[in-house]
Design a protein. Structure first.
Lengths: 118, 113
């Protein structure tokens, strides 16, 4: 069965610190996709990134960067120079692929609550 | 309107009431999803519709009844709910091709008294 583990339940940092959110996954599929979402207090999950299992290049987008290590089944997310607006719950998710009839099924981790304080 | 919208944003209902949650997507997607998010638990997939056909029913009790009249609209009809059904209900949409990201609405915060 597919599984996503986010062992860090809550992280508190001071603004401008760098912070890394861990994500470890389990799957028997050779082709899969990994995702990160952000859920601010408003409730809406905001899509941040999608990464396929064949692309192990790290990705950087502004202050955000992602490190995909297939050998350790990890897809970690780093925020550089954190800001108060980064405070949210962050979810890592794994795609189980296409459902019969269409659509896909995501397995989510339990999320990491990030609090950035002044 | 852009993205995925949900109404109402907040709902309080008694166990004998009947209510409906509405979701609308403006992204041209052809798959829609209902999720339940309870405190301290992972997001639980409830239903998936692709091209207006239900393709997944994740062992959800019959007191939750989904409806997808077209590819832009999704409803969740509620009746005789239990207090443990209180949660944030999130709607999402995507293209039905495999591995596409899902886009979420803001959710409906449901409280069952």
């Amino acid at each position: 069965a597919q599984k996503v583990t986010q062992a860090q339940t809550e992280i508190s940092v001071v603004e401008k610190e760098d912070v890394t959110l861990d994500c470890v996954y389990e799957t028997r599929d050779t082709t899969y996709y990994l995702f990160w979402y952000k859920q601010p207090p408003s409730g809406e999950l905001v899509f941040l990134i999608r990464r396929n299992s064949f692309d192990e290049q790290n990705e950087i987008s502004g202050r955000y960067s992602w490190n995909f290590q297939k050998s350790t089944s990890s897809f970690n997310f780093t925020i550089t120079a954190s800001q108060v607006v980064d405070s949210a719950v962050y979810f890592c998710a794994l795609s189980e692929g296409e459902l019969t009839g269409g659509g896909n099924k995501l397995t989510f981790g339990t999320g990491t609550q990030l609090k950035v304080e002044l | 309107e852009t993205g995925v919208t949900q109404t109402p944003r907040h709902l309080v209902m008694g166990m004998t009431n009947k209510k409906s949650l509405k979701c609308e997507q403006h992204l041209g997607h052809n798959a829609m999803y209902w999720y339940k998010q309870s405190a301290k638990k992972p997001l639980e997939l409830m239903f998936v519709y692709s091209l207006e056909e239900r393709v997944e029913n994740n062992s959800v009790p019959s007191r939750f009844s989904p409806e997808c009249p077209n590819s832009s609209h999704l409803f969740l009809h509620l009746h005789t709910l239990q207090p443990e059904d209180s949660a944030l209900y999130l709607c999402a949409s995507s293209q039905s091709d495999r591995y596409n990201e899902q886009f979420f609405g803001p959710g409906t915060r449901l409280t069952v008294l």
